[in-house]
Structure formats: structure tokens, C-alpha cells
Design a binder for this molecule. Structure first.
Ligand code: C2E
Ligand code: CA
Ligand code: CA
Ligand code: CA
Length: 276
């Protein structure tokens, strides 16, 4: 397992074998976090750079820990993936987003929310049924969701991932390749997948103003996406200068601190209202 540096008061070492006492207690705590409603849905806007398009946001989880305060996902998602707990977390996330989308205000706005899927989710043969039942229960359409999957999650088991993505796409979910450019997937392979969107990894976007390498990668990715008929989104847009460069490069959508930080669902409602 990968060694990771954890900051602050939380110091679980995910490199330790998952049967260790310390990780068993993290698993217990995560289970309890769901039962005790300690997880929070945060939303970060994704905005169009040219004219109109529907409103969109990415759903990101936060853990409001009673002792440790707000725990960022990178301190428990890798562990949740390792243990398989992430499947429960994914269902929790869909439940929260479906509730949010079922509100009349969102139905009329046509908000589309992106949800992150992990390798474990892609390998769960029941995922598609579970999601169908959940959406039915809330009266929300699959097309109101975009599923973000990293290149590396797909490349873990490309055949099974492809079968799963075909099913999810037939079900009406939009699909996005997250952190594009950081994996080692072949373009020929990506072209076969029923993908709608590429999301350029923030490391390239954030580097656009320092030297030309990252800017060149961003430009090529935008052209590639468009040649494949895909929408392209830049994440990690932290400055107005980068936003304007992306617009000039014909990037379709942007997401980042310059536009807004991820915020609790209630604050997102207020943000939407300010946008009109
Ligand atoms: P990601 O899917 O690549 O999500 C984007 C991350 O970039 C988020 O970090 C977001 O807060 C951050 N970000 C957005 N704009 C900017 C910016 O302008 N500058 C910088 N420096 N960062 C920006 P966050 O929320 O800490 O999430 C980290 C990762 O944890 C996510 O990366 C995703 O891989 C994972 N994650 C978060 N929520 C979930 C979830 O519900 N399920 C799963 N499976 N993974 C999740
Ligand atoms: Ca994502
Ligand atoms: Ca990303
Ligand atoms: Ca990432």
C-alpha cells in the first residue's frame, strides 16, 4: 500500500496492513460516522466558459469529526477504498445528492451533480441495480448525475470497468474521466468508452502560468477532447488569469477556488441564488 503523509491531529497510517488494530478502529469510526450523521455533502460549482449551459456542481464528502473537526477526504478515502468501505460511502453520497436534487428548486434549474466513483464501485456487480433503486425512491433521473472515474480506476481492470461503464451509460448517467493526464490509459482505449467529459487534472491547470509545459498539455488535452467529441472541464482554477486563458483555449467548463470553494449544500443554494 502507498505510504501517505497525514497532517494535523489525525495520523492513521494507511500503509499499515488493514487488519492492524489502528485501522480496525478507523473502520469502526467510519461506520459510526455514517450512523451518527458525521459525514457532510459539500458542493463545488462547475461553470460554463462560453454562453449558457445547465448549472453543475461536484459533490465532495467531508467528515465532521466530533474531536478532530473537519477531516478532508484524502485522510480517509484511500483507507475506505482499501477496505471496501467506500462502497457504503458512495451509496451515502448518492442518497444525499438525490435528496438535494429532488428539491423543486433544483428540478426547475436542471442542476447536474458529479459524484466520484472508486475502483471498488466499478467492480461491484450490483452497483447499477442499487443506484436504480435509490434514484427511483427519490424520483430523480440518472441523467441528473455525472459519474467521475479516474483513469487509474478504469485501468485497474479495464474489461470489467468497460462493461460497468456501458451499463451505467445505458442507464442514463453521464460519465467523466477525472484527473485526466495523470494515469497511463491509452487513448485508443478511452475512445471505446461511453464517456461524455474529460476533466483535466488540477496539477496541469495550476501550472499554466509557470512555464509553458503545463499550458501546452492543457491546450492539447482540450483539442483532444474536442476531436473526440467530448466536453472538457478544467479543475483547480485558482486565478482569473488562468480562467481567461482557458476561455481563450475554448475549454468548456471550469471549477476551482477562483470561482468558489466547495461549500455545504445550504451555502450552495445561496450561491446559486446570487448567480441568478
Ligand atoms: P477530486 O475528485 O480530484 O476532487 C477535486 C479536489 O480538488 C477536491 O478536493 C477539491 O476541493 C479540490 N479543489 C477544487 N478546486 C481547487 C482549486 O482551485 N485548487 C486546489 N488546490 N484544489 C481545488 P477534496 O474535496 O479534498 O477531495 C480530494 C479527493 O478526495 C477528490 O479528488 C476525490 O478523489 C476524493 N473524494 C472526495 N469526495 C469523494 C467521494 O464522495 N467519493 C470518493 N470516492 N472520493 C471522494
Ligand atoms: Ca472528481
Ligand atoms: Ca480531479
Ligand atoms: Ca484527484
Amino acid at each position: 500500500a502507498a505510504k501517505r503523509k497525514l497532517s494535523g491531529a489525525l495520523r492513521y497510517d494507511v500503509s499499515i496492513d488493514s487488519s492492524s488494530a489502528q485501522n480496525l478502529s478507523l473502520l469502526t469510526e467510519l461506520r459510526r460516522a455514517v450512523e451518527r450523521n458525521e459525514l457532510r455533502l459539500y458542493l463545488q460549482p462547475k461553470v460554463p466558459l462560453h454562453g449558457q449551459s445547465g448549472s453543475a456542481a461536484e459533490a465532495l464528502v467531508r467528515w465532521q469529526h466530533p474531536q478532530r473537526g473537519m477531516v478532508p477526504p484524502m485522510e480517509f478515502i484511500p483507507f475506505a477504498e482499501q477496505t471496501g468501505f467506500v462502497r457504503q460511502l458512495t451509496l451515502w453520497m448518492f442518497e444525499e445528492v438525490a435528496k438535494f436534487l429532488a428539491q423543486p428548486a433544483q428540478q426547475s434549474r436542471g442542476l447536474r451533480v458529479s459524484v466520484n466513483l472508486s475502483t471498488r464501485d466499478l467492480l461491484d456487480p450490483d452497483l447499477s441495480h442499487k443506484l436504480a433503486a435509490l434514484l427511483d425512491r427519490h424520483g430523480v433521473l440518472a441523467s441528473s448525475f455525472c459519474l467521475e472515474i479516474t483513469e487509474s480506476a478504469i485501468m485497474d481492470d479495464p474489461h470489467r470497468a468497460e462493461a460497468m461503464l456501458n451499463r451505467l451509460s445505458e442507464q442514463g448517467f453521464k460519465l467523466s474521466i477525472d484527473d485526466f493526464g495523470t494515469g497511463y490509459s491509452s487513448l485508443a482505449y478511452l475512445k471505446r468508452l461511453p464517456v461524455d467529459e474529460l476533466k483535466i487534472d488540477k496539477s496541469f491547470v495550476m501550472g499554466m502560468e509557470q512555464g509553458e509545459d503545463d499550458a501546452m498539455i492543457v491546450r492539447s488535452t482540450i483539442d483532444l477532447a474536442h476531436n473526440l467529441g467530448l466536453t472538457v472541464v478544467a479543475e483547480g482554477v485558482e486565478t482569473g488569469g488562468i480562467l481567461e486563458r482557458l476561455r481563450a483555449l475554448a475549454c468548456d467548463e471550469a471549477q476551482g477556488y477562483h470561482i468558489s470553494r466547495p461549500m455545504p449544500a445550504q451555502e450552495f443554494l445561496a450561491w446559486q441564488q446570487r448567480q441568478g
